[in-house]
Design a protein around this ligand. Structure first.
Ligand SMILES: Cc1cc2nc3c(=O)[nH]c(=O)nc-3n(C[C@H](O)[C@H](O)[C@H](O)COP(=O)(O)OP(=O)(O)OC[C@H]3O[C@@H](n4cnc5c(N)ncnc54)[C@H](O)[C@@H]3O)c2cc1C
Length: 361
């Protein structure tokens, strides 16, 4: 059985890595293309990780991913994980805190506490929060390098005889034919998984990506030269500000954009958003910075109408699947999502070809 995975970001690399671990006999070709690795979401990602999310499904996947990372020294090293802790601030009543906290507690015992911000036992690193704001504090959380993790996973794939191709696939037909590659590579895969992040909608030929639920969106960060003391990774839903410290003592800060439908090959920085971000940073972090004193950068991600990195069928009967839709948050869910996707794909192929041995599926 042979499977093509298209996209060498964290989604494609992790999926191929899981497939290889689940079935050492499956033939895998990972097409990584030749886009600048710094231009993709994985290269630009802030890599903030935690267990808590405001909906139960995402919270489960994020908690499982965080638990795997916390428990595996090799993965922590591959990902350069930094456990600086995580704060999440949200409006009271906007999430079922009891249910969400129990999801995290079952996977990361003793990691999460929550209270009204006024009742935090120590000083709150984020200021000016509305009264009654819920503060979710996680000990096991922080950030990692998605770029380093995908590089480590790709290195492991090469060592385990997975073909890593730099050919640029220019399109995928619903029957699984790849365009733009050597004819020997174009046909014959039992499954083709397009895991090309924001490039995915352009690669699906004869298929309407909007009807399929996919859209691209810009994500923009700034690098600040200083960070307030004691600040770990944080997300403040009351203002939109989020960020995390940098290893050099600086700070990475972001605020949501509304730039939908961007071309992943040409996402520029929006200067007006930098101004807005610095105003919020002044209010919430008491950081007074000029636009000239920070460095803005941007990339894009693939969003899905049902957000979350997951294996999705292109259409019934087609050997083409997608593994994208992380919607700006796939770094924190990729470990569990790739495990589920790889197991699901192998099961689907085994069901479609009954009687094949594990090695022949
Ligand atoms: C600025 C920014 C900050 C973020 N911060 C966080 C965070 O703090 N926490 C969090 O959980 N998530 C975060 N995210 C989201 C997370 O990083 C992304 O969801 C994740 O990296 C997406 O990975 P991917 O592999 O799906 O896509 P990508 O990383 O974009 O990878 C897609 C790959 O496909 C390749 N490709 C494209 N076309 C082709 C082709 N024709 N043939 C072969 N290969 C091709 C590209 O070269 C690229 O390498 C952030 C995202 C951005 C952009």
């Amino acid at each position: 059985m042979s499977i093509a995975v298209i996209g060498g970001g964290i989604a494609g690399a992790a999926l191929a890595w899981r497939l290889r671990r689940l079935d050492p006999d499956v033939e895998i070709t990972l097409f990584v293309g030749h886009h600048s690795v710094r231009g993709d979401a994985t290269g630009a990602s802030g890599g903030m990780v935690r267990g808590f999310e405001t909906d139960a499904e995402s919270c489960l996947v994020a908690s499982e991913s965080m638990a795997e990372l916390a428990a595996d020294p090799a993965l922590r090293d591959w990902a350069d994980y930094r456990e600086v802790g995580s704060h999440y601030f949200l409006e009271p009543g906007s999430a079922d805190m009891e249910a969400l906290a129990s999801i995290v507690e079952a996977r990361l015992p003793g990691s999460l506490t929550w209270s009204a911000v006024e009742d935090l036992p120590g000083p709150c690193p984020v200021r000016g929060l509305p009264e009654g704001t819920v503060a979710v504090v996680e000990r096991q959380g922080g950030y990692f390098s998605p770029h380093r993790l995908r590089t480590s996973m790709t290195g492991e794939l090469l060592r385990s005889r997975v073909e890593v191709s730099q050919e640029l696939v220019t399109g995928v037909l619903p029957d699984g034919t790849l365009q733009g590659v050597d004819p020997a590579h174009a046909k014959g895969f039992r499954a083709v998984v397009v895991a090309a992040g924001a490039w995915t909608p352009h690669l699906l030929l004869d298929h309407d990506p909007v009807a399929g639920g996919f859209r691209t969106k810009a994500i923009q960060y700034v690098r600040c030269p200083v960070a307030p003391p004691g600040l770990g990774a944080f997300t403040d839903e009351t203002s939109g500000l989020y960020g995390r410290p940098l290893a050099d003592g600086g700070l990475l800060l972001g605020i949501p954009t509304d730039r939908w439908g961007v071309d992943p090959d040409g996402v520029g920085v929006d200067p007006s958003l930098i101004g807005t971000l610095l105003e919020v940073a002044s209010e919430r972090l008491h950081l007074d910075l000029e636009p000239s004193g920070v460095e803005g950068f941007s990339s894009s991600d693939c969003y899905h109408r049902e957000p979350g990195l997951a294996l999705r069928d292109l259409e019934q009967g087609s050997p083409v699947f997608t593994f994208t839709g992380g919607s700006g948050g796939a770094a924190k869910t990729v470990l569990a999502a790739s495990r589920t996707a790889a197991a699901g794909l192998l099961d689907r192929l085994a069901a479609a070809h009954p009687g094949g041995s594990q090695a022949q599926r």
